[in-house]
Design a protein around this ligand. Structure first.
Ligand code: SF4
Length: 154
C-alpha cells in the first residue's frame, strides 16, 4: 500500500483515487434483452485521449482500473489501452461477455489481475437466450465458464 492509500484509511478524506471504471466503448457484439448498448458512441475517447487520461489518473494516485462497456474487447485498440495503464502499477480488471476472449487472448495476455465474465442463468440455454447468442451451444457456455483461466492473468 502506498502512503497516499494508507492516508485514505485514516479518515473520511481521500488522498488517492481508489478505483476508476472506464467505459471504453458503448459498442457490443451481443444484444442482451436487459441492455441498450449496441453501437460505439461517435464521441468515444480516442487512444490519445485515454493516454492523457491515464497520466491524469496517475497524478491522482489511481490504484485500480476497471474496463467496461459495451464490450471492451470489440475495440480494436483495446490492447494499447491496457498498455496505457500497465505502466502505472495499478490493479487491472476487465468486465467482458467472454465471446472474444479466445480470439483476442494473445493480445491481452498477462495484463489483468481479474477477468470477470458475465453469466446469466444456470445453463447455456437460459444464458444464451437472455444474451441473444444466435446458436446456443454448450461450447459457448464451456468457454465462458472456463475463460478466466490463468494465461490472461498476471
Ligand atoms: S454483453 Fe453487456 S454491454 Fe453487451 S449487450 Fe449484453 S449486457 Fe449490454
Amino acid at each position: 500500500m502506498n502512503v497516499r492509500a494508507l492516508f485514505n484509511t485514516l479518515g473520511t478524506r481521500s488522498y488517492s483515487l481508489p478505483i476508476v471504471i472506464l467505459y471504453v466503448t458503448s459498442g457490443c457484439n451481443l444484444k442482451c434483452v436487459m441492455c441498450s448498448y449496441r453501437d460505439p458512441h461517435p464521441n468515444e475517447l480516442s487512444l490519445a485521449e485515454i493516454r492523457d487520461l491515464a497520466e491524469d489518473l496517475r497524478a491522482l494516485g489511481l490504484r485500480h482500473i476497471v474496463y467496461s462497456g459495451g464490450e471492451p474487447l470489440v475495440r480494436k485498440d483495446f490492447p494499447e489501452i491496457v498498455r496505457c495503464f500497465s505502466g502505472l502499477q495499478v490493479r487491472q480488471t476487465i468486465l467482458t461477455n467472454g465471446l472474444l476472449l479466445e480470439k483476442r487472448m494473445r493480445e491481452v495476455d498477462g495484463f489483468f489481475d481479474e477477468v470477470i465474465v458475465s453469466i446469466d442463468g444456470p445453463n447455456p440455454l437460459i444464458h444464451n437466450s437472455i444474451r441473444w447468442i444466435p446458436r446456443p451451444t454448450p461450447s459457448n457456455w464451456w468457454w465462458m465458464t472456463a475463460s478466466t483461466r490463468a494465461p490472461l492473468i498476471k
